[in-house]
Design a protein around this ligand. Structure first.
Ligand code: ADP
Length: 650
């Protein structure tokens, strides 16, 4: 039996039924329904099955009628509940599903489950009670729901991506609404452009009030539809400490239509370019400064009396000043077309041979050599005249030390050189002329000195003074002869095998034959055979001894040694005194021609300042070495060393 309210439900759903015709017209109605309609009797057997049901479940009406609902449309997992419901109805008349909208799964002929919405009503028919199920297919709706969910998720992901981009973008991005130009949004980079200001929700002209006059017209233009792009626009803005500072920005303002119709906001993209603008300014300033310095330098170089040649690392001349052009005898305008090969063609060696490119001062400087001074002869292009040139050259390097080119500064020393040559010639001639009379006088003085018996004491002293004077003259003439020979390149030194120790001993004996007021002590003489020029070597030993004697204190001692080193390779002559010594600041120039370290001191004894120069020349040309140690007021030691001769012929 049905309970009262279900009864009423049943009643309300009840349609008056009667004839077969009525049933027939009912079927027509059912077939026209949008929903699938299935009628089932109390035992769960299908009694009606409309066209939609055929379409939805795949069973034809003929197939479906008479089948159990449970086996036809109920999926296996819901069958028990279905059968149980039917049973309960039969036993108790209870049908809780009546009149309710239920969503559940049904199953079609192929076994596929279909989401459906179900509404069941009961109908009393002449042939018995019928449960009528109105079923609509939810597949489409479910799909739509799923799609909607996906779309929402996609939009959400895109929104998150967009937010990430905005907050990490290196450029400032802001959205300014039409109303009051309110800043609706500003990303972190935009905030960083003007740190410490509240932007969000504030009118822009308020947030940046100090530049409002500059901004307002730009916003107006953008809101009227113009896209604005400005590069390195200058703004004077308040810094965090309250002072006005210049800032530069490059930015774009784009009108935005958010709802697709009217422009209702401005999208602003901005980056600060202050650093770039400033550094560009600095570069321009530096460039102009560099140009000015270059022009100054050019002016100086052009007016220099010395010739200046500059070449790049490929040996192409990049700068030749007026003096340089004059020196090589080309038009200043043409000088820059020259190469090192052209320069080499103009230089001649002392012997008149042509100079090779690699021998040029500039070439050597390009190889990293520092060419200090060099005498060369340059043949002028237009008249072939030869000029003497003294030049120095050095590499031009960049910060890392790489060679970029080379510079040579050359001075025309032709006139000075000519004078110098004349002087040398004169001194040579004079020394040569003096040589004969001095030799004659020395000879006679020696003869006279040996025949002093019976000569009155006063005359004897006169004769001895004469003898000393003549000896001194002989020394000077010999020194001058050596100097001019060295300078004119005429010093001819031979090599003969000789005993160094014996030669030294002989010179000492000869020089101390007459008392000199100083004790000369030969402290050690190692036997040493060397290859040298006897005359030159004697001259050297004589110079060292006479210096040591002259610069000693009266009654002092001079010590002479010849020592061969432990492995027998080198013989060293040392002449030591405990006299004046040489002031340290004057020691560097001691081997220079005419240099005298004691001028204007209490030790300014007579001398030409050439003894050490000559000695040093001789020793080094013979392959030996010469050096000294000296302490002012304590004395000096001069050393001369030669390699010990190995057996065999010199
Ligand atoms: P000079 O004829 O003037 O001695 P030198 O060429 O022999 O010329 O020496 C050059 C200078 O070196 C001297 O003028 C002197 O000042 C210094 N000198 C040379 N030898 C000694 C020495 N043994 N002690 C101190 N000074 C010396």
């Amino acid at each position: 039996m049905l309970r009262s309210e279900e009864q009423s439900e049943l009643n309300s759903e009840t349609v008056p039924v009667g004839s077969a015709r009525t049933t027939e017209s009912l079927r027509v109605v059912l077939d026209a329904a949008l929903d699938a309609v299935i009628a089932m009797d109390e035992s769960g057997i299908i009694r009606e099955w409309n066209l939609q049901a055929e379409a939805l479940f795949g069973w034809s009406r003929e197939e479906a009628l008479g089948r159990a609902v449970a086996d036809t449309v109920v999926p296996p997992h819901a069958r028990d509940a279905h059968l149980q419901g039917l049973r309960r109805f039969r036993e108790t008349g209870d049908a809780p599903i009546l009149g309710k909208r239920l969503t559940l799964d049904a199953r079609d002929k192929s076994g596929r489950e279909i989401p459906i919405e179900l509404r069941v009503t009961a109908l009393r028919m002449p042939e018995g009670l019928r449960f009528i199920a109105f079923i609509s297919d939810l597949t489409l709706m479910r799909g739509l729901e799923r799609e909607q969910r996906n779309t929402v998720a996609q939009i959400d992901a895109q929104r998150r991506l967009f937010a990430t981009i905005l907050s990490n973008a290196p450029a400032g991005i802001a959205l300014i609404s039409r109303k009051d130009f309110t800043i609706e949004f500003a990303n972190p980079a935009f905030h960083a452009l003007t740190p410490g200001r509240t932007l969000q929700g504030r009118p822009a002209l308020d947030a940046w009030s100090e530049i409002a006059q500059q901004l307002a017209p730009l916003y107006q233009r953008a809101i009227s539809g113009e896209t604005i792009h400005l590069v390195d626009e200058q703004f004077r803005m308040l810094g965090p400490d309250g002072t006005l500072e210049d800032h530069w920005f490059t930015f774009t303002m784009v009108p935005v239509r958010r709802d697709g119709s009217a422009i209702d906001a401005i999208l602003v993209l901005a980056v600060e370019t202050t650093d770039q603008v400033r550094s560009r300014g600095q570069v321009a300033q530096l460039a102009s400064f560099a140009r000015q310095r270059a022009a100054e330098l050019r002016g100086i170089i052009d007016h220099m009396a010395d010739a200046v040649f500059v070449c790049d690392q490929n040996g192409r001349l990049t700068l030749v000043n007026a003096a340089g052009a004059a020196l090589i005898g080309v038009e200043p305008a043409r000088a820059r077309d020259l190469t090192l090969t052209d320069l080499a063609a103009r230089e001649v060696t002392d012997h008149g041979a042509e100079r090779q490119v690699h021998e040029l001062a500039l070439s050597r400087a390009l190889r990293g050599e520092s060419v200090v001074v060099r005498d060369v002869i340059v043949r002028r292009a237009h008249d072939g005249a030869e000029r003497w040139v003294r030049s120095s050259a050095a590499a031009i390097r960049d910060d890392s030390g790489a060679v970029l080119g080379a510079v040579e500064v050359a001075r025309d020393v032709t006139d000075a050189e000519r004078l110098e040559r004349l002087k040398r010639e004169f001194v040579r001639a004079a020394a040569h002329e003096l040589n004969t009379p001095v030799t004659v006088v020395t000879g006679y003085a020696q003869v006279l000195a040996r025949q002093l018996q019976g000569v009155p004491a006063s005359s004897r002293e006169m004769l001895e003074a004469l003898h000393r004077g003549v000896e001194r003259m002989e020394t000077i003439v010999r020194a001058l002869t050596y100097v001019t020979r060295i300078e004119l390149g005429e010093l001819a030194l031979s090599r003969e095998r000789l005993r160094f120790d014996e030669l030294v001993d002989r010179v000492v004996a000869r020089m101390t034959r007459r008392p000199v007021g100083i004790t000369v002590r030969v402290a050690r003489l190692d036997p040493a055979t060397i290859d040298a020029d006897r005359d030159g070597l004697e001259q050297t030993v004589r110079n060292l001894l006479s210096n040591a004697i002259r610069y000693s204190r009266p009654g002092g001692v001079v010590e002479v040694t010849v020592v061969v080193d432990a492995d027998g390779r080198e013989a060293v002559l040392s002449v030591r005194d405990w006299g004046a010594g040489i002031p340290s600041e004057r020691q560097a120039r001691i081997f220079e021609r005419f240099y005298r370290a004691h001028v204007d001191t209490g030790f300014d004894f007579e001398g030409l300042g050439v003894g050490l120069y000559i000695s040093h020349e001789i020793v080094s040309r013979l392959g030996g070495r010469m050096w000294f140690e000296s302490v002012e007021g304590e004395g000096s030691t001069f050393h001369v060393s030669f390699p010990v001769a190995t057996s065999g012929v010199a």
